[in-house]
Design a protein around this ligand. Structure first.
Ligand SMILES: Nc1ncnc2c1ncn2[C@@H]1O[C@H](COP(=O)(O)OP(=O)(O)O)[C@@H](O)[C@H]1O
Ligand SMILES: [Mg+2]
Length: 254
């Protein structure tokens, strides 16, 4: 069997003495797009933060392997160098730093950590222009401070642009659909779909089924009370929409 891109084994996590993740098991093979669906408060964002290495979370048990390498002991920046990318549910604003500057610094930091040379300004401009076109991002938006005063759709597009430039091998998208109208949702989904490939895996976290009409997953996992309670083909998302999360909670309790 080939090494999965992401393997989560029995992950238990606490915040302030309270257990939020209660034994998450999940495997995302290379090149596949998996979705996690679960009601608000079930621990989806906590999972994405723990994977990215955010502080304040206490891992009490379990392992997370990225392409076979245990990442829980790694700093967030090293996880990014190893190919992990997280698009946050609430992208942070960075006043005073133009989006373009931020993107170039992020890209060069990774290149440096990998022992590669800095990208030249013309090459960078070309790459941004190309990736930005598909996402309907123009030069004016790139001159503005990152996420400051951006609409919901602009924030998500800026994140997907960052993803397109960094070329991560494991992308985690947390509620990428939140705050998007249908047109913005289409643009963002097309941007994500353009990045699908044999060497890249994705974990798409969402509360609603509608995102999965645009980013069609290979596998859907149902998340409830801090763990994956059921996994199945994409049709599982429709079943979930029809039945509601309560149906799955009952199955779990039975
Ligand atoms: N920083 C925190 N301190 C205390 N409790 C938290 C913190 N972050 C999240 N929680 C709690 O953890 C649970 C899971 O939250 P979250 O991971 O955001 O769920 P989801 O993304 O599925 O809506 C919720 O009950 C939430 O109140
Ligand atoms: Mg969340």
């Amino acid at each position: 069997m080939t090494t999965p891109m992401l393997e989560i084994r029995n992950l238990h996590v606490r915040i302030e003495e309270r257990e939020i993740l209660k034994g998450v098991n999940l495997i995302v093979p290379k090149g596949e797009v998996h979705a996690i669906m679960g009601r608000n408060g079930s621990g989806k964002s906590t999972l994405s933060y723990v994977l990215a290495g955010k502080e304040d979370y206490e891992v009490t048990d379990g392992e997370v392997l990225l392409d076979g390498k245990n990442i829980l002991e790694m700093e967030p920046s090293d996880r990014a160098v190893a190919g992990l990318f997280l698009a946050f549910q609430y992208p942070i604003e960075i006043p005073g730093v133009a989006t373009m500057t931020f993107l170039k610094s992020a890209l060069n930091a990774q290149r440096k950590a990998r022992g590669e040379s800095e990208i030249s300004t013309p090459d960078f401009m070309k790459a941004v222009k190309e990736a930005g076109k598909a996402l309907h991002i123009d030069a004016d938006m790139l001159k503005r401070a990152l996420n400051v005063g951006f609409s919901g759709g602009e924030k998500k597009r800026a994140e997907i642009l960052q993803m397109a430039l960094l070329k991560p091998k494991m992308c985690i998208l947390d509620e990428t659909d939140s705050g998007l109208d249908i047109d913005a949702l289409k643009v963002v989904s097309e941007g994500v779909n353009a990045l699908r490939g044999a060497d890249r895996s994705m974990l798409v976290i969402t509360h609603y089924q509608r995102l999965l009409n645009h980013i069609v997953p290979d596998v859907v996992h149902v998340f409830s009370d801090g763990r994956v309670v059921e996994s199945g083909p994409k049709e599982l998302a429709l079943e979930l929409e029809a039945k509601g999360y309560a149906g799955f909670d009952e199955e779990q309790a039975a």
